[in-house]
Write a protein that binds this ligand. Structure first.
Ligand code: SAM
Ligand code: SF4
Length: 342
């Protein structure tokens, strides 16, 4: 059941028409979640029927094909990855690629609600870093943002992750009127605990109750305000993603800005996204996707699925078309972030 990458892994890398090598796969292992963050989901979300989901064995098989074809970093996300039943089996299985040296990093993005329970096991499966999403330090505001979340549980989760030796990075969505005045407090708190902080601009994904333009807080504005108080030193590092990093001189910590609405990162994009039903999205900001579930289930050999992946990568677009527009009430991309993961 658990295959090993073949010897030809590095020999057949996946390269798109713009000569970008695909080395990073994000996998949404479930569309379900125990929170209902208002910018991500509506309160009465309809989730996929369980029969449509790839099994954990199928997810492992697909990830393994990507590792065979040169993917060096896997991030499991969701929905909330830690609410998928038996998810530790998938981490345990994928950890063999870390041991063999075929994979550099196995990691996850989580809301932290289940971390107290799983942090130790994750560390045992070779996970070194986790991204925890947290938009506020105010328990009451936290409840308003997440609707169903319990702030104390997330704090316990972060404590447990650090105690297990995991490096924690905090992701916070910058929200107009909501955490706008709290950004400095978040920086001081995260850096004080040895955690990097990344701020994210709201992206126009999925139908939700509120208008995107009402939530949108441009990070250019946040950055300008921070510069009144802090010295921000640009860091050259690039993840191939939409994040730009600075060192905050006063705290010594790292601060990231993810501005998906700007185009400046597309040319170095090294990633693709797989959903829990086996759809491969070549760009977070485009509708085009390839079905990998059908070729995967067609046969136990991987030829058909590899062909489908190659064909999909040959269609990876140059960039996205996000716009947040007050005149337009429809999202630029209709699917929710919980489908493709963050
Ligand atoms: N449930 C996990 C979590 O919250 O970390 C993983 C999935 S969640 C979809 C991944 C990230 O996407 C989170 O940091 C979340 O804040 C962010 N996110 C969700 N909807 C978003 C949106 N419309 N714009 C920007 N970020 C969003
Ligand atoms: Fe759940 Fe993450 Fe979306 Fe919040 S952002 S509703 S925690 S998937």
């Amino acid at each position: 059941m658990w295959g090993q990458p073949g010897p030809s892994a590095a020999a057949r890398p996946l390269v798109d028409p713009f000569r970008r090598a695909i080395t990073y796969l994000r996998v949404s292992v479930t569309d379900r979640c125990d929170f209902r963050c208002f910018y991500c989901m509506s309160e009465d979300m309809n989730f996929l029927p369980k029969r449509d989901l790839l099994t954990l064995e199928e997810l492992d098989r697909l990830c393994t094909v990507f590792v065979e074809r040169g993917v060096r970093k896997l991030r499991l996300t969701g929905g909330e990855p830690l609410v998928r039943r038996n998810i530790m089996t998938l981490f345990a299985g994928l950890s063999r690629h870390l041991e063999s040296g075929a994979l550099d990093e196995l990691t996850l993005t989580t809301n932290g609600s289940q971390l107290a329970r799983y942090a130790h096991e994750l560390a045992g499966h070779g996970v070194k870093r986790v991204n925890v999403s947290l938009d506020t330090l105010d328990p009451e505001k936290f409840r308003r943002i997440t609707r169903w979340g319990d702030f104390a549980k997330v704090m316990e989760g972060i404590d447990a992750a650090q105690a297990a030796g995991l490096r924690v990075k905090i992701n916070a969505v910058a929200l107009k009127d909501l955490n706008e005045t709290e950004i400095e407090a978040l920086i001081e708190w995260a850096h004080g605990r040895g955690m990097d902080l990344t701020l994210i601009e709201v992206m126009p994904l999925g139908e939700i109750e509120t208008q995107r333009a009402d939530q949108y807080l441009p990070l250019s504005l946040v950055r300008a305000r921070l510069m009144d108080r802090y010295t921000l030193e640009d860091l050259p590092e690039s993840t191939g993603g939409p994040a730009r990093y600075v060192r905050v001189k006063e705290t010594g910590g790292k601060l990231g800005f993810i501005t998906p609405l700007t185009h400046n990162f597309c040319e170095s994009c090294n990633r693709v996204r797989l959903t829990c039903t086996g759809k491969l999205y070549m760009c977070l900001g485009q509708e085009d996707a390839a079905d990998l579930r059908t070729p995967l289930r067609l046969s136990e050999a991987n030829d058909a699925v590899e062909q489908a992946i190659e064909e999909a990568i040959s269609r990876k677009p140059k960039g996205h078309d996000f716009v947040i527009d007050r005149r337009r009430s429809r999202p630029a991309v209709a699917r929710h972030m919980s489908v493709t993961g963050g």
